[in-house]
Each structure stands twice: as structure tokens, then as C-alpha cells.
Design a protein. Structure first.
Length: 343
């Protein structure tokens, strides 16, 4: 096997490992959404990296964990009617969320050691690998800071700023890992270099970034329930901004309409490029479908915000679809950038 073919094979293997990581991050963010919507995030009041991997294994251990939770203000003022069975339900989601994070870490570490031992990496991969592990470590630290923000007196839930930071940092890690993987796949080396397309995608990306922030604010402040109506906001087009929740609500809806407009402009202007690059064309159509679906899921989540079970399902689907939209957007951005030397 020639050196070039060996390098291509190595790159594909590393890319597949990274793409497995991307899939695991997607699942982790979805688990985070379920944990948030079921109000499970404060059920585990301590961070034990090793022993915390196992759930309570006896009745006495369950009672001890429940007693710790009973000292939180969330239990005292929100879930004071909880029995042990209710606690076990919310404990499961927070525990599984943390367990999946540990599993992800092991997949990345074991994979890194394997590819390093097999000499699958080359020099150009060193810096991206360092950045990847730093982003992962930072994300773990932000997660615990977020939990601690809700374990203080007079706090019933985690802070919405900390929640949003945790959410956005996870998506940055996802996008970075995906971009790294794409740089190793030959199919993504054929670029679409029309500047107007690239500029529209960059504009969409910037606006989408702010939309994700406001989406985190919506979740952390439970703002959806403050105005479960559409197209108006509790009968008003411009609500009273003296209430922080309604301001966040107004901004999240407004940015959504702006994203839809930019998305339509991109879809129209990218038609010629789609004919030239088959992969770009498929991603373009997928992008349009996901964008429309995201709007519909957002509206549906609002209209069903007062139905707890329906809202959890729609909220999780809304978040999952946003992640899929980010993945497709990252692929489109990669294809629309100037050609670069393959890693």
C-alpha cells in the first residue's frame, strides 16, 4: 500500500471515530434536554467522578440520596410532595446524563490512545486534538458549575445563564468535532466557492448562534409557559417588556422569523451550486426541510406549553431538530469555504 493510500485510510478511520463522537454528543445534548424538561438536574447534589458512575444499590443508599435532595430549595418549594419513587425518576435522568458523559470521555480517550499507538495521527492533527480535549474538559466543568448554581438558597432551578452556557458549549464541541471529521473525508474536499452562498451561510450561522442563546434562555426561564399563544404573544404583537420572560420570548420568536427569511434566500441563491455539487444539493434540501420543521416544532411547543407531557416531547424534538440543523449547517459551511490542504 502506497503512503498516500495509507494516509487516506488512516484519515477515514480517525474520521469515523470522530463521527461516533458527534453522534454521542447529539445523544448527550438530547439527554440534557430531557433532564431539564423533567426538572431532574438537581437530583444529584454531589460530583463523584468515579463512584458516582454507579446508582444507589440498596434501599439505604436510595434513602441517603433522597435525604440530600430533601435539603435543596427545589424540593422544599417545588417538589415537596415527592415520594421516593418520584425522586428515583428524576435521579435516573441526571444519572444517565452524567453516565453518558463519562462514556463519551472513555470513547474519546480510548480511541485517542489506540490511534496514537497505531500511528494513525499525523502532525496536522495534533492541535485539533488538543483543542478537542480542552473543549471536552471545559464542557464538563461548566456542567458542574451549572448544577451548583441551583444548589444555593432561594434557587429552585439551575441558573439560566449557566444552563445556556452549558448548552451552547456542547454545540460548539459538536460543531468542532464534526468540522475536524469532515476535513478528513474526501467527499468534502470538493468545494462550492460562490461567495454569495458562503456569505448567506455565515449570516445564518451568526444569527443562529444568537438564536441558540435565546433558546437556552427560554428553557432556563421557562419562558414558553409565559405566553403559550401564536402568532401573537398573549394577544399582543409587542408585549410588555417589564417582564424578562416576555422579552426573551419576543426575541426568540423574532430571530426565528429572521432565520427563516435568510434560509429562504440561501435556498433560492444556492440552486445553481446544487446542480454542480451533488452532495451540496442534498444537504441544501435537508437544510430547508429541517428549518421548516424547526419552525413548526417551535410553534407546536408553544401551543402545548401548558400540557406537561406534550411539552416535554415537543421540547425534546425541537432541541433535537436544532442539533440536526446545526450539523447540516456545519457541513454546508465546510463545503462553501475555500479549498484547503487535506489533513
Amino acid at each position: 500500500m502506497t503512503a498516500n493510500l495509507q494516509m487516506q485510510r488512516n484519515n477515514r478511520q480517525v474520521a469515523n471515530w470522530l463521527l461516533i463522537g458527534v453522534g454521542m454528543i447529539v445523544i448527550q445534548v438530547v439527554l440534557g434536554g430531557i433532564t431539564r424538561l423533567t426538572e431532574s438536574g438537581l437530583s444529584i447534589t454531589e460530583w463523584k467522578p468515579i463512584t458516582g458512575a454507579l446508582p444507589p444499590l440498596s434501599d439505604a443508599a436510595w434513602q441517603a440520596e433522597f435525604e440530600k435532595y430533601r435539603h435543596t430549595d427545589q424540593f422544599k418549594y417545588v417538589h415537596q410532595s415527592f415520594a421516593l419513587s418520584d425522586f428515583k425518576f428524576i435521579f435516573f435522568w441526571e444519572w444517565f446524563h452524567r453516565l453518558w458523559a463519562r462514556t463519551m470521555g472513555m470513547v474519546f480517550i480510548v480511541g485517542f490512545i489506540y490511534f496514537l499507538a497505531k500511528k494513525k495521527f499525523n502532525r496536522k492533527m495534533v492541535l485539533p486534538m488538543v483543542v478537542l480535549f480542552l473543549l471536552g474538559a471545559v464542557q464538563g466543568a461548566i456542567g458542574w458549575i451549572m448544577v451548583k448554581s441551583g444548589l444555593v438558597p432561594e434557587k429552585y432551578f439551575v441558573g439560566y445563564v449557566e444552563l445556556t452556557t452549558h448548552f451552547v458549549a456542547a454545540l460548539v464541541l459538536l460543531a468542532y468535532t464534526l468540522w475536524f471529521a469532515l476535513s478528513l473525508l474526501p467527499a468534502f474536499h470538493i468545494k462550492v466557492t460562490k461567495s454569495r452562498i458562503g456569505n448567506l451561510l455565515l449570516l445564518f450561522t451568526v444569527v443562529f448562534f444568537f438564536q441558540l442563546i435565546y433558546g437556552g434562555f427560554m428553557a432556563g426561564l421557562k419562558a414558553a409557559q409565559s405566553a403559550p399563544t401564536w402568532p401573537s404573544i398573549n394577544g399582543q404583537w409587542i408585549p410588555d417588556f417589564s417582564e424578562n420572560k416576555l422579552l426573551v420570548h419576543f426575541m426568540h420568536r423574532g430571530i426565528a422569523y429572521l432565520l427563516l427569511l435568510i434560509g429562504i434566500l440561501f435556498f433560492i441563491n444556492s440552486a445553481p451550486a446544487a446542480k454542480e455539487n451533488r452532495l451540496f444539493g442534498k444537504l441544501r434540501v435537508t437544510f430547508a426541510v429541517l428549518l421548516l420543521l424547526q419552525v413548526l416544532l417551535g410553534i407546536s411547543a408553544l401551543l402545548w406549553a401548558t400540557d406537561h407531557s406534550a411539552f416535554i416531547l415537543l421540547g425534546v424534538l425541537h432541541q433535537l431538530n436544532a442539533i440536526l440543523l446545526l450539523i447540516v449547517l456545519t457541513c454546508l459551511l465546510f463545503l462553501s469555504r475555500k479549498p484547503a490542504t487535506a489533513v
